[in-house]
Design a protein around this ligand. Structure first.
Ligand SMILES: Cc1ncc(COP(=O)(O)O)c(C=O)c1O
Length: 400
């Protein structure tokens, strides 16, 4: 008998899930992994994570938690001990005044951000997003049913965002502004004064501010600044924090939100219907990170500054590349538009694709961050790896 081949009907997925795209940075990681599986030596400037190991005292706290059988469910938003540690660290470092019930621990900063946006944004609400933006902001807003209103910035002005620029985009539907300083991908740092003006403007117009401060400690411009110190505007602010970059704990998955009690409680309600608490033993490690010695944070910051200086000097010495000096985080965001129209390269995506396939250097094209003239180069790696990758880039670009 001839087998009957039936067409498999397309699965009808929800309208909600069809509104979003997979993360552009994750796509690069997947493609680089594929090449590696074929035995190709790829230099990875794509990953957004520290090359450092998690400090020993943090690892020890997790091991102890396992040995002590700290393995049961905890309160949804984290143990009181962890929530107090989050609030304490933030108050000491940034002069904020949050209480335990205003702090919620989640499974990474991205989870905390996702929760906060779902809780605040309704269908048709407008969310102002400075460009370039971190990839996930746009999709998380869309998933919530919101519309992103892009705030274009000027590279020549260091991608500066001011209250005046924000004011031009406000409509009666504006619900929220998302700030991210230091920024992924540009490394731009907003001055304390610009932050104050934007937060004040928002508060005066009944607009919420979510401040993604995942890189707050990786600030090379001056002393680290959190909008948490602007206590008078706290009723319209949500601060997103993360241990991922600060303590080199990306895989552990621990982030948090600091928000007015009503919002914090709504976030916990949502989390109670999804992940419940972050992993119990990770919570113990997080307490050790937040309450323990902080020298590790400063040591990593100093090393990032040296890596930043090195990568920017080297990138600027490649003919055709322009690169602003990033003042925080661990990304350089060089402008590569002068190579477009050479050898069939029409965009940053084309360039990043060919860099990966032909020179075996992984970078992330700017399109995922809302600009088409740049590629993102993560310099959270050793000088040796940086030099290997930059040399490949130099040769590849020279041959175009
Ligand atoms: C701007 C920004 N926010 C949030 C996150 C999420 O970090 P995590 O979920 O690891 O805390 C990242 C990670 O790359 C980021 O770059």
């Amino acid at each position: 008998m001839t087998p009957v081949t039936e067409a498999i009907p397309a699965v009808k997925l929800s309208e909600r899930i069809n509104r979003i795209e997979p993360s552009a940075t994750m796509a690069v990681v997947a493609e680089a992994d594929k090449l590696r599986q074929q035995g190709i030596d790829v230099v990875d400037f794509g990953a957004g994570e520290p090359h450092f190991s998690t400090p020993q005292h943090i690892k020890d706290a997790a091991i102890l938690a396992i040995q002590n059988n700290f393995s049961k469910y905890t309160a949804v938003g984290g143990t009181p001990e962890l929530r107090d540690a989050i609030v304490h660290r933030h108050a000491v470092d940034f002069d904020s005044d949050y209480r335990r019930e205003e702090a919620v621990a989640s499974v990474g900063g991205k989870h905390a951000l996702f929760n906060a946006i779902q809780v605040l944004v309704d269908h048709g609400d407008e969310v102002i997003l400075p460009v370039p933006y971190w990839v996930s902001f746009k999709d998380i807003v869309r998933y919530a049913g919101g519309n992103c209103v892009l705030l274009e910035t000027d590279e020549a002005q260091g991608f500066r965002v001011t209250a005046e620029m924000v004011s031009r985009l406000v409509t009666p539907r504006t619900k929220l502004i998302i700030l991210n300083s230091p920024s992924n991908p540009s490394g731009a740092v907003m001055s304390a004064e610009d932050l104050r003006q934007v937060v004040r403007f928002a508060a005066e117009h009944g607009i919420w501010v979510i401040s993604d401060e995942c890189y707050v400690y990786l600030n090379y411009r001056g002393s680290a600044f959190s909008i948490g110190s602007l206590r008078e505007y706290r009723e319209r602010m949500v601060i997103i924090g993360s241990l991922s970059k600060t303590y080199a704990m990306t895989g552990w998955r621990l982030g948090y939100a600091l928000a007015p009690a009503q919002v914090a409680s709504a976030i916990q309600k949502l989390q109670s219907q999804s992940t419940s608490n972050p992993t119990s033993i990770v919570q113990k490690a997080a307490v050790a990170a937040l309450k323990g010695p902080q020298e590790c944070v400063e040591n990593m910051r100093q090393e990032y500054i040296q890596l930043r200086d090195h990568v920017v000097n080297e990138l600027r010495s490649i003919p055709g590349i322009k690169c602003t000096v990033p003042e925080g985080a661990f990304y350089a965001y060089p402008n590569v538009s002068s190579f477009f129209e050479h050898s069939g390269i029409g965009s940053a995506s084309d360039l990043a694709g060919r860099l990966l396939r032909e020179a075996h250097v992984a970078t992330v094209p700017g399109e995922g961050f809302g600009t088409s003239d740049h590629i993102r180069v993560s310099y959270a790696t050793s000088v040796r790896e940086l030099d290997r990758g930059l040399e490949r880039m130099r040769k590849f670009l020279a041959a175009l």
